[in-house]
Design a protein around this ligand. Structure first.
Ligand code: NAD
Ligand code: IPM
Ligand code: MN
Length: 372
């Protein structure tokens, strides 16, 4: 019996998780898998009702689970970042889910924004606990110019263009990115092992080492160190060039390993290439701990409550969860059912140009599974 913590969350989160759960129930029945679920009402409503974002007790309970399935966090009623940082990032950090695994696949039958349909099948291994996500930063106010960073002076000396005339000379903000040897090494190792295991011949290491020479210089050293131990080809690419190549010749990429922030941005581009944010899955993985699976998209307040959300990203996240929990056959069956629904193309939510509802899309996958 494996235990799953379910956090439907905000906006369309509960809508897509409902469909993902239906598919999970069928596929586990078919494969004789037993899961025990516990739902956690985290999110904006819970915060507004109780003032609590995420308690120690909830973390304790979640730490006893084999995996977590999450919908989305974020709501225009509260300050940006409160729930995203307070729940989502807190969980990723607390459980040290250092890999953010984001496969980008263009399935047959899915309209792609690229003119001629290219082979798109790449996997992002995004670092998930460091970089600009560590939360080190401050606003430097008047009177603090003797601050050890003395950022203003250094900024001016470097002729750093802060973009606007500073009203108050000392009024500026900074936020730092951190790359550690251990943090970089472990996620790069994961990427090379994945490429090796799946027979994918190339790892692209993404950075901006031509500008952020300290942090991504260290990142590059770790790529050199780790790649020397593996029989997989590697290349270095700057993040801006990766954005270009993803559109111009996406077929060249197999596995990409990225620092946290670049991975965040590039995987939304990836989601667009694979037919839309509604289709993209992800896993926050700690290979030796509690992993958490969630669609790449957010709470989509613009379509929440309208039955328009595409549940495919959430369903494919369930497939990733099954694979990570060791149920490969069940994962493949679920992915195949999704594929055949997409290939048929008669059930499509509005983001894919159709008129089907979230529930109809979910039902289509469920009935395909039942036909097996
Ligand atoms: P978003 O992903 O919620 O939405 C971006 C656009 O994509 C919207 O037009 C939305 O309607 C559409 N979209 C997203 N998911 C869809 C789906 N399943 N089906 C159809 N269309 C879909 O990003 P945003 O608008 O930048 O952010 C909204 C809120 O979500 C913010 O509070 C943000 O911080 C949060 N957010 C949370 C997560 C997460 O929980 N993992 C991820 C990204 C953003
Ligand atoms: C994502 C989201 C999150 C991130 C936010 C909501 C904290 O954009 O999962 O891609 O930046 O990682
Ligand atoms: Mn994102």
């Amino acid at each position: 019996m494996q235990k799953i913590g379910v956090i439907p969350g905000d906006g369309i989160g509960p809508e897509v998780i409902r469909e993902a759960r239906k598919a999970l129930d069928i596929v586990s029945e078919m494969h004789g898998l037993e899961f025990e679920y516990e739902e956690f009402p985290l999110g904006t409503a819970h915060y507004l009702d109780t003032g609590e974002v995420l308690s120690e007790e909830t973390l304790q309970r979640l730490s006893k689970k084999n995996a977590i399935l999450l919908g989305a966090m974020g709501d225009p009623r509260v300050k940006p970042g409160l729930l995203e940082k307070g729940v989502l990032l807190r969980l990723r950090f607390h459980f040290d889910q250092y890999v953010n695994l984001r496969p980008v696949k263009l399935y047959e039958g899915v309209p792609s924004p690229l003119a001629d349909s290219k082979r798109i099948d790449m996997t992002f291994v995004r670092e998930n606990t460091e970089d600009f996500y560590v939360g080190i930063g401050a606003r430097v106010k008047k009177g603090l110019s003797s601050n050890s960073f003395d950022l203003k002076r250094r900024a001016y000396e470097a002729k750093f263009d802060v973009g606007v005339e500073l009203e108050d000379e000392d009024d500026l903000a900074y936020q730092m990115g951190v790359v550690s040897k251990t943090g970089a090494r472990r996620v790069i190792e994961f990427a090379f092992q994945l490429a090796e295991r799946k027979g994918l011949g190339l790892v692209t290491a993404v950075d901006k080492a031509n500008v952020l020479t300290e942090a991504y210089g260290l990142w590059r050293e770790m790529v050199e160190e780790v790649s020397a131990k593996h029989a997989v080809a590697k290349e270095f690419q700057y993040v801006d060039a990766v954005a270009l190549h993803m559109v111009r010749n996406p077929e060249r990429f197999k596995v990409l390993v990225t620092p946290n922030m670049f991975g965040d941005i590039l995987t939304d581009l990836g989601a667009a290439l694979q037919g839309g944010l509604g289709l993209a899955p992800s896993g926050n993985i700690n290979p030796a701990g509690v992993s958490m699976f969630e669609p790449v998209h957010g709470s989509a307040p613009d379509i929440a409550g309208k039955g328009m959300a595409n549940p495919i990203g959430a369903m494919l996240s369930v497939a990733l969860m099954l694979e990570t929990l060791g149920h490969e056959k069940a994962a493949t069956d679920l992915e195949e059912a999704v594929k055949s629904v997409l290939r048929r193309g008669d059930t499509r939510t509005p983001d894919m140009g159709g008129k089907s509802t979230t529930a109809q899309m979910g039902e289509a996958v469920v009935s395909d599974l039942k036909r097996k």
